[in-house]
Write a protein that binds this ligand. Structure first.
Ligand code: OOG
Ligand code: MG
Length: 265
């Protein structure tokens, strides 16, 4: 146990601090500035402890997400290493439900390609091809991220501990079998109030979103975990995330996966 000032940092304490920041909608400085023992393995332990806290509060794990899988995201955040995090049913927003700004700190939104798993996928040694074989359907998605750190400023262990800024997400109702698509070429146009703010194709995510899925399966295997059948996998923001203000209409129009149009309230 490392100490800093009067705080004796532990995995449990760090998880409590981040869960409280989320519940109270208060941002804070990076944990690594106070806890020099927060390395990457410890950060994943904090993340797991946060998920235990959410489960204890009645939430259920529904899948996993990848973060920092595109250059747009890596450049914005100043971190060039992808990561994984856990998503729960408490984060799901149905299509017609506005983004609840009053429940969040400083939310941003990013379009993502989403997989729903037909089979269990366990590393090590998973390739993009074997990963895609385990996918039942591909969907359009929007992730609403809301870092518990002031100004989204963090190091890799900080953001891993914070469950990769997870807050809410939408999954489009249209599901397409993965073999019917060229996901590297699947394009998205991101608009706010009718104005295009960014564009990307699936290749933005690790060259192909199935590469991101394989990466997640192999990374989880190192921690003794797998991606279960029925899981939802968010493969990571295709573009930079945009800040959300009240009363906006934000849309992601995909080539084949349909359009998601959400509002903020
Ligand atoms: C970290 C979460 C990254 C993504 O899709 O890249 C993420 C952040 O940007 O705050 O969800
Ligand atoms: Mg994301």
């Amino acid at each position: 146990m490392k100490t800093s000032g009067t705080t004796a940092w532990t995995v449990k304490h760090a998880a409590d601090v981040l869960l409280r920041a989320e519940a109270e909608r208060t941002d804070r400085g990076p944990l690594t500035e106070e806890w020099d023992g927060l390395d990457l393995p410890t950060a994943y332990e904090v993340q797991a402890e946060i998920i235990e806290g959410k489960i204890a509060a009645g939430e259920k794990v529904v899948g996993v997400k990848l973060g920092l899988t595109s250059r747009a995201k890596q450049q914005r955040m100043g971190i060039d290493s992808p990561l994984t995090a856990v998503i729960t049913d408490g984060m799901v927003l149905e299509a017609d439900v506005p983004i609840p700004l009053d429940d969040l700190i400083h939310p941003r939104i990013e379009p993502e390609i989403v997989f729903v798993m037909g089979k269990r996928l366990a590393g090590p040694g998973v390739t993009a091809a074997t990963a895609l074989d385990a996918v039942a359907s591909v969907h359009a998605g929007f992730e609403v991220i809301d870092s518990r750190y002031t100004d989204f400023k963090f190091t890799l262990p900080d953001v891993v501990a914070d469950n990769a800024s997870s807050a809410r997400f939408y999954v489009g109702g249209l599901g397409i079998p993965p073999r019917d698509l060229d996901l590297a070429l699947e394009a998205v146009v991101l608009s706010v109030n009718g104005s295009v703010v960014d564009t990307a194709t699936g290749a933005a995510v690790q060259g192909h979103p199935a590469e991101a899925l394989a990466l997640a399966a192999n990374a989880l295997a190192e921690r003794g975990e797998a991606i279960e059948a029925g899981s939802i996998v968010l493969t990571g923001g295709l573009t930079d995330a945009v800040f959300i203000r009240k009363g906006e209409q934000i849309s992601a129009e995909f080539t084949n996966l349909g359009s998601l149009v959400v509002t903020s309230a």
